[in-house]
Design a protein around this ligand. Structure first.
Ligand SMILES: O=C(O)CCC(=O)C(=O)O
Ligand SMILES: [Fe+2]
Length: 314
């Protein structure tokens, strides 16, 4: 009743009012749609974030096989996997008796004992405790003296002078030499080479990796790479692990990236993993998710011009 009276009272203005009401409806509908649009945009963003997260996690979870697990003991003979040598070798100078004629990867736990690995790990801990990068990987190269310090490197022999003798002893250098010799022998036996025609090459370094974010590109250790391309002189790469996957750290598995899937080597203290350095052995290291991972890279060249002597105090 009141409504009818109001309509009558407004009389001629009714169409104007109806228009306003319609406009109001339209505006309300618009704002409802805008509300929906906000929701849709939010959903789209969520979908994008989820897809990116799924992609990023799948990059680290696309492992197809474990070549050697941490818990196994590969002894007394190395476990060897041959792979066809890449065609790249045709573009490199050949050194008979050393250049790979058989390519592949191998793992052995009987060349370096766990006790020796522990001594080397303590050396790495002492050396790297002197400085270290701001995140990601830190390295200590006993040959050149390079030690990660913040975003750069220092030369430990110059920076710490004689004090470095309290950190690295003659016994440490002797152990490095012994281990290097044994590694050279097992590589020569495995790939049928003349070990007198193989030379230690640089860089040869201790690495320490933890889960902190890398601040510079050279502290990013997880990118897929080919050692012959990255380091130039490498013909045979060897990694000596100084800590245990699963108990000292998580993540950080070594991954061979093959066309038909990936193959992992799980680090174990004293484990020696070696392979021909060409593109038949594209690889990466998974990001470390917890703890600290120590390893030494000890590699060999066939080119005497790229050979170096064992590390020693200057
Ligand atoms: O530490 C590792 O397992 C591998 C390191 C590596 O790929 C390299 O030093 O080129
Ligand atoms: Fe590498």
């Amino acid at each position: 009743m009141a409504l009818v009276r109001m309509r009558n009272a407004k009389g001629g203005n009714s169409t104007e009012i109806e228009k306003k009401i319609k406009r109001g409806h339209a505006l309300r509908q618009g704002s409802v749609w805008r509300g929906y649009r906000g929701l849709v945009a939010l959903l789209l963003v969520a979908v994008c974030v989820c897809r990116t997260w799924w992609y990023m996690s799948s990059v680290d979870s696309d492992i197809t096989a474990t070549l050697v697990s941490q818990g196994e003991l590969v002894s007394p003979l190395p476990r060897v996997y041959t792979v066809p040598c890449s065609e790249d070798y045709e573009n490199y100078k050949r050194y008979p008796g050393c250049t790979p004629h058989r390519c592949g990867r191998a793992v052995t736990d009987s060349v370096v004992s766990r006790e020796e690995a522990q001594v080397l790990r303590r050396l790495a801990e002492r050396g790297l405790a002197l400085a270290g990068s701001e995140g990601g990987a830190s390295i200590l190269d006993l040959h050149s003296g390079a030690l990660s310090m913040g975003k750069q490197f220092v030369n430990i022999y110059r920076y710490f002078g004689d004090q470095i003798r309290d950190v690295i002893t003659p016994e440490d250098f002797q152990l490095y030499r012994d281990v290097r010799e044994r590694i050279q022998t097992v590589i020569a036996e495995t790939f049928d080479l003349d070990q007198t025609l193989m030379y230690l090459t640089k860089p040869t370094f201790f690495s320490r990796i933890n889960s902190t974010a890398a601040k510079t590109q050279h502290d990013e250790y997880w990118h897929p790479h080919i050692d012959k391309v990255t380091y130039g002189s490498f013909d045979y790469t060897c990694l000596l692990y100084l800590s245990d996957y699963g108990s000292d750290f998580t993540g950080g598995r070594f991954v061979f990236m093959d066309q038909n899937g990936n193959q992992t080597v799980e680090p174990r203290a004293g484990r020696v993993s070696f392979f021909s350095s060409g593109s038949e052995n594209l690889h990466r290291v998974e990001k470390v998710t917890w703890g600290t991972r120590y390893a030494i890279t000890v590699s060999f060249t066939c080119d005497p011009a790229h050979g170096i002597s064992d590390p020693a105090l200057p």
